[in-house]
Design a binder for this molecule. Structure first.
Ligand SMILES: [Zn+2]
Length: 329
């Protein structure tokens, strides 16, 4: 048993239940939304988010990992408001989401930069994990970084190394946004390993966008968990392909390295209107896994035990094993 930090406070890992490992609640550029999105009413959207999460609870999901970090519109007090109104546990993350540069507030600070000082990133992340996010007493439960098609740009490398260092200092597990089609999961693993991270502490996110079994097995053979986490984004990869890939991985003995999710959100300004979202990803919703993906997996021959491993045991172990390895260091 391990204590896992959520937006409502600490929780025993055995109480996590069924977990979606990569979701969002609000994704936005705060400045853009405040200036140009007249349709964003904070109170309304908090109520709507809580309503959607309660719906998810009714469909059997107990916990989501909200991977909305710096660069995606992170607002932990707003998440805390949602958490008060739903039974779903929300685990918040710390880290930074960028495909190239760092936000201006951090880009000029660090060794050899305008403000020549030790890189401030690891300390910011560690404080979120150990003390709480800014003036809240809500602590981040895990670390998040990203490496997409542009590869290891300088800002990306700084975040990856800082996340690795914060993992070594705190034992908090890591989730990485990767581009499976560009094989960036392997690059993330290489950099994190250089920082001393045990790759078993890492979920390689968006692995589920790929059907390349050789690539997926290479990532999993390093010990990391695969995030099969974009269910409902059928325009990126159809459901049948996502399911067939999972079935084959389970058959090959990787059932203990798979996790499920949607990468969904309640409100995002990446889409000008809800109609744009519906046109791009008509089926995407928080409930697509329980309502559509799980029945498809059962139909394809997966047992309830194999599904429970992906939804319950593997996410739980993600926290427990990282804590145990940290304690043993
Ligand atoms: Zn995401």
């Amino acid at each position: 048993m391990t204590q896992v930090q959520t937006a409502r406070g600490p929780l025993d890992s055995c109480e996590l239940g069924r977990v979606l490992v990569h979701e969002h609640v609000f994704c936005m550029d705060m400045e853009y939304t405040l200036n140009y999105r007249r349709d964003f009413d904070e109170e309304e959207q908090i109520a709507e988010a809580a309503r959607r999460l309660e719906d998810l609870k009714r469909h059997g999901v107990d916990t989501i990992m909200d991977l909305t970090v710096l660069g995606l519109g992170r607002n932990v007090p707003r998440i805390a408001e949602v958490a008060k109104r739903t039974q779903v546990n929300i685990i918040v993350a710390t880290g930074c989401y960028t495909f190239d540069e760092l936000p201006k507030q951090l880009a000029y600070r660090g060794p050899g930069l305008m403000f020549d000082e030790p890189d401030p990133l690891p300390d910011l992340f560690v404080r979120d994990i150990q003390e709480g996010v800014n003036r809240t007493n809500i602590r981040a439960g895990l670390l998040k970084c990203a490496i997409d098609w542009p590869g290891l740009k300088s800002g990306v490398e700084r975040v990856l190394r800082a996340v690795g260092q914060a993992n070594v200092r705190t034992g908090a597990p890591i989730s990485v946004h990767t581009s499976a089609r560009h094989g960036t999961g392997l690059e993330a693993q290489r950099v994190l390993k250089e920082e001393g991270v045990d790759l078993c502490d890492v979920i390689i996110g968006h692995s589920g966008d790929s059907t390349d079994l050789d690539y997926l097995m290479r990532v999993a053979d390093e010990g990391s968990i695969l995030g099969m986490d974009r269910f409902g984004m059928n325009e990126t990869l159809p459901l049948a392909d996502r399911v067939a890939t999972i079935v084959e991985l389970v058959k090959r003995g990787y059932g203990d390295r798979l996790t499920l999710s949607h990468d969904c959100w309640c409100w995002s300004d990446f889409f000008p209107t809800e109609a744009h979202r519906a046109a791009r990803f008509p089926e995407l919703s928080y409930c697509y896994v329980p309502l559509t993906a799980l029945p498809a997996m059962r139909e394809a021959g997966l047992s309830d035990r194999e599904i429970d491993a992906m939804q319950i045991d593997n996410p739980r172990r993600h926290f427990e094993d990282a804590a145990r390895r940290f304690a043993a260091r």
